[in-house]
Design a protein around this ligand. Structure first.
Ligand SMILES: Nc1ncnc2c1ncn2[C@@H]1O[C@H](COP(=O)(O)OP(=O)(O)OP(=O)(O)O)[C@@H](O)[C@H]1O
Length: 268
């Protein structure tokens, strides 16, 4: 079971080509970060995954089914997409209704609906806001409300578009807990982010995009020690990597525990 892109290109109605011949496979249960400069085509690519966009050329398959043969609503049952801007997603007058909305549409029995909403609100730490108007709560929490609304539908694949934007350390911890819980349940988590520290701490697979295309797909080590990829995707090596490079350690690393071990070896 997988999301597969085969030579996928996408052109916006104004003729702008935003993705060009993308090839990609993401399996159920995988955790993947997508990184790259602004305008590289990341959001366009993930919208192709859940049918918000259909390819201009090539094929997107969800568990073997061509997205062109399904409506966005049908695809969204398997592939949940959390918008970059929560205000593009939220339209209900209170948090509980927002999280329950899709489940009502799917005609889930009342008991199951309540259980799912409770679970999603607890996992995202938004339960205490359930009676509030989403517009009256701060942006980072509003973002978690939109995550809860998608989690509640229990998708096989979940896309988080820049979930780290505006989050403090507490918010990042909640995000990490959500991603871990989802991958444990076998859900694939696909995350666009500009926070490279978050990437190395949470992902073993990183896709780097630049100029409408995927320029690298590998481990954090493959991505962050490749100067050409860093330059083209206009991304920075995470701080631990910079320190490691600056100190010219024998074993270059991106990870805190490893750099501590390496430095201890020098001072002992
Ligand atoms: N509706 C649209 N019509 C025309 N061009 C668009 C449209 N939406 C996006 N684009 C263009 O497509 C390109 C890719 O946009 P996309 O949002 O996929 O990039 P991104 O990598 O997600 O960037 P960011 O990190 O800034 O969100 C950009 O140049 C953008 O201006």
């Amino acid at each position: 079971m997988a999301i597969e892109f085969k030579e996928v290109s996408f052109k916006y109605p104004n003729g702008y080509l935003a993705n060009e011949k993308l090839n990609l496979t993401i399996h159920e249960g995988e955790k993947v970060a997508i990184v790259g400069q602004n305008g590289a085509g990341k959001t366009t690519a993930v919208k192709l995954m859940n049918g918000l966009h259909k390819p201009s050329e090539g094929t997107v398959l969800i568990d073997g089914v061509d997205t062109k043969t399904k409506t966005t609503a049908q695809i969204a049952k398997a592939v949940g997409y959390v918008f970059q801007n929560p205000d593009d997603q939220i339209f209900n007058p209170d948090v509980y209704s927002e999280v329950a909305y899709m489940l009502k549409k799917l005609k889930l029995p009342e008991k199951d609906l309540k259980g799912r909403v409770k679970w999603a609100l607890e996992l995202t730490d938004t339960k205490k806001y359930r009676k509030k108007n989403p517009l009256d709560i701060p942006y980072p929490i509003r973002k978690f409300v939109t995550i809860a609304a998608v989690l509640a539908t229990d998708p096989k694949y979940i896309i988080l578009d820049e979930p780290t934007a505006g989050q403090d350390t507490h918010g990042i911890k909640i995000l990490e807990k959500i991603m871990d819980e989802m991958t444990e349940r076998g859900t694939a988590v696909i995350t666009i982010t500009h926070d490279m520290g978050f990437v190395v701490n949470n992902f073993q697979r990183v896709i780097a995009m630049a100029h409408k295309n995927i320029i690298a797909d590998g481990t954090p080590q493959d991505i962050f020690w490749n100067e050409k990829v860093l330059r083209e995707a206009r991304i920075c090596r995470p701080q631990i990597g910079e320190i490691s490079a600056g100190l010219q350690l024998e074993k270059q690393t991106l990870y805190m525990n490893e750099i501590v071990r390496e430095i201890k070896r020098y001072v002992q």
